[in-house]
Design a protein around this ligand. Structure first.
Ligand code: SPQ
Length: 732
């Protein structure tokens, strides 16, 4: 391997390759003789070459680590000595200029030329700063051309990975655009600010009193001036676009300050604060919410235990989503208590920030939403990323179908498989223009500026999301929009619309709204989520010697199927202190161990307990006798196919079940053994198998559990606190 240029990056790469024994011989060359001599002395390189010709001759890999502006001259010197098939790469911060130089010197970009850029560095420079760990846990971007030699790419990727880096590939143009925004522009601003302040008369005082903020912000102004001069000139166009964008936004802040416009200041600052808090996630191209599928979290469970205590599970997910949506579209300020700070509802919150809504918090469940009115949303800058949340995608499709601007809704790999035709079709009947991917799957591309007209829709499936989507679209439609459901589904949208002063006509199974009204801000107290409480209701029922109190649980009649079913199975659940808070019934629940019995689950209960079936299957395994579930085909299109995935997981633990197209038959009383279960990234499956450990006879390992954070942040701590023998491993 030949490294041309023994500065910080070239030296660190040479040393990392040597330390990790990734090349037989590392030859270095540099125009600065002292640096070259130091290279050998410090063990950075095996051999010092007196010229580029000597270094390149016989090398399989040639790495250019020279200032960007020197690239062309160095390539001219490399060309005559480069062996056929040798891989040529670089480490420069701009990639189109490297490609242009390669074309100018070689006439083409051959398949073994692979531009590269390690996203690592330090304000230190020179070979003395060479650090073999510089690239560990950092990203390296390779920008191969379409004709790239795949084995060359594989070898170069392996080399960087051998130095501890994570390798990403992208196009040259995309690389330069992204780097202009995330690296070049911040350096420019830091240089400029320090220079401006240094030019002030009282600069000595300014620097003397400079606090940590100044130091943090301007650290990069100590970077190598020549290198940065080169970078700005060679990535000129992309950097200019970044400067123009930034100048425009800075100007807006200036105007806001001049005009005492606190709404704009608060909006920008709170959006920026949220972005900064989640910025590592943003960098992975996932807006501001986690791409949980990339985190590997495993639950390890020891068998047995009792469940005791007095707990409150986090806020209701369905109500949390809706509180942000209606709060954002209302006139005035809505305050929310008990908001669920889970990834799903945070995705909804972030999407509204992306559409210009000022949202303060969440701060320990408290959120303050500065409503913009039904017509006050602004076009988002890019696609709205909704993570794992079916609720967010389906409800957003309704309210975005009526906006003046275009929008695109995307999600993680699980959400990208879920059916969206069920909302797109009736919305199209109202006049919306929506494109989906094949089979009606996400992403959804929604064309703005359409005139919607109310329809009457008979839902073919009992779905609160479809109903809510159409009611939200109906707020904007001309005339009446009415939806009839085949069986009662959760009615939080209807209740909350009424709470915001919007009349919803409800008649048996039909809910209707007339377009053209307004929503008036209100206060919302989100009850604890009965779907999260369900895990503990089953846990305390099946574990011996258990007694647990669950506080402030939402008892909306369209959600209490789990309590009805568990009671039919013989569970000992007391409902205490029933009360109504903000239009939703709430109660405390006391649950004690009980011998459960198998039942035929009444089909009418299915929509009322739709999210609780995974954990109810665990109850059924621990019951005496047979439990039969029918009419639940909807379970197959949730975050996973919840019938099959539960049956597969139970089979891993030695429990046999009979899967039917619309349900399952479970013979109770089987022994739950130890084993390894794949949750398929489905939060409710992961938590259900954690509960199963209470009745198991062996250790259980549940994989792919990161998505538990979508609906139940803090599950592991609460489970441990009540007596479930759980440990979580892994994370980002
Ligand atoms: O939001 P998402 O991903 O669809 O979440 C789930 C869940 O288990 O948390 C379903 F997988 O809950 C849905 C629920 O099944 C939330 C919901 C709502 O808030 O309106 C309604 C139900 O779905 P559907 O399809 O019956 O409307």
């Amino acid at each position: 391997m030949a490294v041309i240029g023994l500065g910080l990056i070239g030296g660190s790469l040479a040393k990392a390759v040597r330390v990790n024994r990734l090349a037989a011989t590392v030859v270095g060359t540099d125009t600065r003789e002292e640096e070259l001599a130091l290279g050998v002395e410090l063990g950075v390189i095996d051999e010092a070459a007196a010229s580029i010709a000597d270094a390149v001759t016989g090398s399989d890999l040639v790495v250019l680590a020279v200032p960007v502006r020197a690239t062309r001259d160095v390539l001219n010197a490399v060309k005559p000595y480069l062996s056929a098939g040798a891989v040529l790469t670089d480490v420069g911060s701009t990639k189109s200029s490297f490609v242009e130089d390669v074309k100018a010197v070689f006439g083409e970009v051959s398949p073994t030329v692979i531009p590269g850029h390690p996203i690592a560095g330090s304000e230190k420079s020179g070979i003395r700063a060479a650090n073999p760990d510089l690239f560990a846990n950092h990203k390296v971007i390779l920008t191969p051309a379409e004709n790239v030699d795949s084995s060359a790419l594989m070898r170069l990727r392996a080399l960087w990975e051998g130095c501890g880096a994570t390798v990403l590939t992208m196009s040259v143009a995309y690389h330069d655009e992204v780097l202009a925004a995330t690296s070049h522009l911040p350096h420019l601003i830091a240089f400029s600010l320090v220079d401006t302040l240094a030019g002030e008369d009282e600069n000595m005082d300014i620097f003397r009193y400079a606090a940590g903020g100044f130091r943090d912000f301007t650290r990069i102004a100590a970077s190598d001036p020549v290198m940065w001069h080169d970078i700005f000139l060679s990535n000129r166009d992309a950097v200019l676009r970044g400067i123009d964008h930034f100048t425009h936004d800075l100007d807006q802040l200036r105007t806001a300050i001049a005009n005492q416009d606190s709404a704009t200041l608060l909006r920008v600052f709170s959006r920026a604060k949220a972005a900064r808090e989640h910025f590592s996630r943003m960098l992975s191209g996932q807006a501001y919410v986690t791409n949980n599928s990339q985190k590997q979290v495993t639950f390890r469970l020891q068998p047995g235990g009792s469940v005791t205590g007095d707990i409150r599970v986090p806020g209701d997910k369905s109500i949390s989503h809706r509180s942000i949506m209606l709060g954002a579209l209302a006139e005035g300020i809505t305050e929310v208590k008990g908001f669920l700070e889970g990834e799903d509802s945070l995705a909804t919150l972030q999407a509204f920030r992306d559409m210009g809504v000022t949202i303060e918090g969440p701060d320990d469940g408290f959120v303050r939403i500065h409503g913009v009115g039904l017509n006050g949303l602004q076009p988002p800058r890019g696609p709205l990323y909704l993570g794992n949340s079916g609720t967010a995608m389906r409800l957003f499709s309704g309210l975005l179908a009526a906006q003046t601007f275009d929008s695109e809704l995307t999600g993680d790999s699980s959400l990208s498989k879920r059916p969206m035709g069920r909302v797109a079709d009736p919305l199209r009947a109202m006049g919306a223009v929506i494109d989906t991917a094949e089979g009606g799957r996400p992403p959804l591309k929604i064309r703005g500026g359409q005139h919607l007209t109310g329809i009457h829709y008979e839902m073919p499936v009992a779905s609160a999301q479809v109903k809510s989507c159409l009611l939200l679209a109906g707020l904007y439609a001309e005339g009446v929009t009415s939806v009839t459901e085949p069986a009662p589904t959760r009615d939080h949208t209807e209740r909350m619309l009424a709470g915001f002063g919007y009349h919803v006509h409800r008649d048996n199974g039909t809910a209707s709204v007339s377009g053209g009204g307004t929503l008036t801000a209100t206060a919302i107290d989100v009850p604890a989520d009965i779907s999260s409480a369900a895990f503990f209701l089953v846990a305390a029922s099946i574990a011996p010697n258990s007694e647990l109190v669950l506080r402030h649980v939402g008892m909306n009649p369209t959600r209490v199927g789990v309590i009805n079913i568990l009671r039919m199975m013989g569970a000992d659940i007391e409902v205490l202190a029933e009360r109504e808070i903000g239009g939703e019934p709430v109660a405390d629940l006391k649950v004690r161990s009980a011998q459960l019995k198998g039942i035929d689950i009444p089909e009418a209960e299915v929509p009322l307990a739709i999210d609780e079936f995974p954990v109810l299957f665990i109850a059924a395994v621990c019951a005496r006798g047979k439990t039969v579930l029918r009419g639940a085909e909807e379970l197959r299109v949730k975050e996973s196919d919840r019938i099959q995935v539960m049956a597969d997981g139970l089979a891993e633990l030695g429990v046999e079940t009979t899967v039917t197209p619309d349900g399952i038959v479970i013979e109770g009383g089987q022994t739950i053994g130890g084993g390894k279960v794949d949750s398929h990234g489905d939060h409710r499956i992961a938590m259900s198998f954690a509960v199963a450990s209470l009745c198991a006879v062996g250790d259980i390992e549940v994989t792919d559990c990161a998505n538990v954070a979508t609906s139940f942040p803090g599950f592991v701590d609460l489970a441990l606190q009540t007596g479930i023998r759980i440990a979580a491993e892994g994370g980002e």
